[in-house]
Design a protein around this ligand. Structure first.
Ligand code: NAP
Length: 253
């Protein structure tokens, strides 16, 4: 038994990092999990981890910046598992270091299209499926940069603030239709998003960014995934429209 026994879930960007640990924890708590990712090899790895552990999972190739693929992602989930109860809109790309005055226009559009449009497109199709199923719970993955500014990454910061606004609005729209909508706002987390940018534990960049968190470290993806799982669960049944920092104290300062 578990929090999500008999529930169907979709996780975007499930192949790596926060999405991967979230998919694993939801499955361990009994959910059937559709692992959606633009990187199908990575998604296949997560499906194998889940099924090897006795859980239920499937995968679908999805680029969340394409509304048609988001529609197909939800349809595939409903087809595979008979409905949709849980959604984690997590897929995202990094957005820096760039400055507003010199930001390449193409990069602006690309970052907004994945990190903000992608969350809207996903919700656009998840919500009708959840209403059809009888209700559900959505967690969008924003960032501390959805709550405060940063010295670089303007498109990323704008997109993540947009996710907070979208979350609040949808939560009000759906509050009486048995669908809760919340976001998590992680601090800096050691995932491939960071290591692919050359950040490694203990190096100069790591130490500089870690020091901005009162805990003086990056988080790990599991620490975010457990927060997501709790927000999705019935344990958080009176919570909707919140943006929950998971940030080692970054936004407490
Ligand atoms: P990650 O390690 O880069 O993993 C993200 C996964 O999403 C990858 O499998 C990636 O595939 C996939 N993806 C990228 N673009 C996609 C698209 N258009 N459609 C579907 N899937 C896509 O990232 P992460 O660090 O776990 O971040 C997950 C979320 O947390 C993001 O929204 C991010 O902004 C947010 N976040 C991260 C941090 C952090 O410090 N890591 C902090 C705050 C918030 P490819 O690798 O093939 O592109």
């Amino acid at each position: 038994m578990g929090w999500f026994q008999g529930k169907a879930a979709v996780v975007t960007g499930a192949g790596m990092g926060i999405g991967r640990d979230t998919a694993r924890i939801l499955a361990a708590q009994g959910a059937a999990v559709m692992c959606a990712d633009v990187n199908l090899d990575a998604a296949a790895g997560v499906v194998k981890l889940i099924t090897d552990a006795g859980g239920q999972a499937a995968m679908v190739k999805t680029d969340v910046s394409d509304p048609k693929q988001c529609e197909e992602m939800v349809a595939a989930t409903v087809k595979a598992f008979g409905g949709l109860h849980l959604a984690v809109n997590n897929a995202g790309i990094s957005g820096g270091p760039l400055k507003t005055a010199t930001h390449p226009i193409d990069d602006w559009r690309r970052i907004i299209s994945v990190n903000l449009d992608g969350v809207f497109y996903s919700m656009r199709y998840e919500i009708p499926a959840m209403l059809e199923t009888g209700g559900g719970s959505i967690v969008n993955v924003s960032s501390i940069l959805g709550l405060v500014g940063f010295e670089s990454s303007p498109a990323y910061t704008a997109a993540k603030h947009g996710v907070v606004g979208l979350t609040k609005t949808a939560s009000i729209e759906l509050a009486q239709q048995n669908i809760r909508v919340n976001s998590v706002n992680p601090g800096f987390i050691m995932t491939p998003m960071q290591t692919n940018q050359g950040v490694n534990t203990g190096d100069e960049t790591y130490n500089y960014i870690a020091a901005k968190h009162p805990m003086n470290r990056f988080g790990n993806p599991q620490e975010v995934a457990y927060g997501i799982a709790w927000l999705l669960s019935d344990e958080a049944s009176f919570l909707t429209g919140i943006s929950m920092p998971i940030d080692g104290g970054y936004t407490a300062q």
